[in-house]
Design a protein around this ligand. Structure first.
Ligand code: TMP
Length: 213
């Protein structure tokens, strides 16, 4: 099974994915955790270019192709091998982030992004996508607190530095995707506290995953 976690900056995805992998493993479920961009040695190098505030002059098309290059490596090196081995793959962001950030927010043609995904990646989509939703003002204030206290890297803040209007487009893009694919998306109010969000995700996954496997 392939499960992705999505949301705006500061939505708590990374914290929650760590809680969930621990919960699933404690319950005997064979799962691995990964992320995009990153997740492979080559992907981590691409991530550094993408998230570096010094890359502020990057064209949206360059950005799209770098996220796509990262995904090409990640799918072949990590996602497919683990899925084929019967493991559950928990992924911190996947293709929906490209539709939302490069499509809805940067304004690249959604049709082009969709075509590229079908052409290159056989339209691979997660079985379940957990969307952590909250207002961007709240998410950004959490994200900047984490950057200030060192819990988040300041060399990876290119997107946090985008205007509020950009983050509003990201949020509404995600909500639109969730509306279009209600069978795959599970939207959770991420303004609740960490434990409440964790319990809400566990409740959802417990109905979808056979925990004795
Ligand atoms: P994160 O690891 O903190 O979630 O940061 C990854 C950033 O990259 C985040 O701002 C969203 C962005 N992103 C895209 O713009 N397009 C993509 O396809 C992916 C996977 C992430």
């Amino acid at each position: 099974m392939f499960i992705s976690f999505e949301g705006i900056e500061g939505s708590g995805k990374t914290t929650q994915i760590n809680h969930i992998v621990k919960f699933l493993q404690d319950n005997g479920h064979d799962c691995v955790i990964t992320r995009e961009p990153g997740g492979t040695r080559i992907g981590e190098k691409i991530r550094a270019i993408l998230l570096d505030p010094a890359s502020k002059d990057m064209y949206p098309l360059t950005e799209l192709l770098l996220y796509t290059a990262d995904r090409a490596q990640h799918i072949r090196e990590f996602v497919y091998p683990f899925l084929s081995a019967g493991k559950t793959v928990l992924c911190d962001r996947f293709y929906d982030a490209t539709l939302v950030y490069q499509g809805f927010a940067r304004g690249l043609d959604i049709g082009l992004i969709d075509k590229l995904h079908k052409l290159l990646f056989e339209d691979l989509k997660p079985d379940i996508t957990i969307l952590l939703d909250l207002p961007p003002e709240k998410g950004l204030s959490r994200a900047w607190k984490q950057i200030e206290n060192g819990a988040r890297k300041s060399v990876e803040t290119r997107f946090e530095k985008e205007k509020l209007s950009f983050h509003n487009k990201v949020r509404s893009g995600y909500l639109e995707l969730a509306r279009l694919e209600p069978g795959r998306f599970r939207t959770i109010d991420a303004s609740m506290d960490e434990n409440q969000v964790r319990n809400a995700i566990i409740k959802i996954l417990s109905t979808e995953i056979d925990l004795n496997n």
